[in-house]
Ligand binder design. Sequence first.
Ligand code: SAM
Length: 291
Amino acid sequence: NHKFIATPSRTKEILKKYHFSFKKSLGQNFLIDSNILNNIIRQAGIDKESGVIEIGPGIGALTEHLAIHSQKTLAFEIDQRLIPVLEDTLAPYDNVEVVHEDILKANVRDMIRTHFHPEQPVHLVANLPYYITTPILMKLLRDHLPIDSFTVMIQKEVAERMAAKPNTKSYGSLTLAVQYYTEAEVVMQVPKRAFMPQPNVDSSILRLVRRTKAPVNVVDEHFFFSLIQASFAQRRKTLRNNLTNYFKEKLTKEEVGLILQQIGIDGGRRGESLTMEEFALLANTFIASSK
Ligand code: SAM
């Protein structure tokens, strides 16, 4: 007659037992709704073959479900106070390892190599601390780690930006950075009442599936991303004006306009209307002028 950690009563009991006080600075909003957790597990597509990485297990609400459904779960928690709590709450599960480490400083590649089989699918599942959602995801994506998918609870607006389509308000440089590495989809909205304490912002579950091959061919990734940044520098300005600003000492406004014309992109458009393919064309053309 087991009672999941992710219930209001069990969570309160654990918090009380350890005199635990939430640290807002660490983004501590614990899940207390097992239905939401079942949904996350289903969306993550994990099974008994899967290796799972969790960021921020808290008191183990999600970790418990991951342990039940995966072959092995590796959970990184920065808050020292939670380590003895997790030892207690996760005692029934022998396929979980809690690592007391800041995920931004951890050598995740090494941890994957030493904890999972080389052929094993690895999925990341987390209710992320909202204050560092973007740095965490971008680091894991840029490092080209062998992680097949990411199913994460994050702030609704950030999820919408990461999964956005061109010609929408949410579409921007973050969209293109995330979608260069993954296929992104918002899979579910989560009400504030699913958390303790309730956060000030709305939450969504975002699912990212790593691409096996880049969606576009770019000569220089670094230049591609900096040109994208430049194209969104002032959202209300035209592409021609933003690029003229970027190439200040190197190209005149007329020259920028001419190059755009040659590749068939109207300089009067705004960055938010360009597809990833068009940004690739842009970067591969302007690379000559960047040197
Ligand atoms: N997974 C738990 C749940 O769903 O109830 C807790 C989620 S809570 C939103 C975020 C967790 O991430 C907290 O336990 C917090 O201490 C931890 N955390 C914050 N910053 C971290 C970092 N840099 N590295 C690892 N864990 C971190």
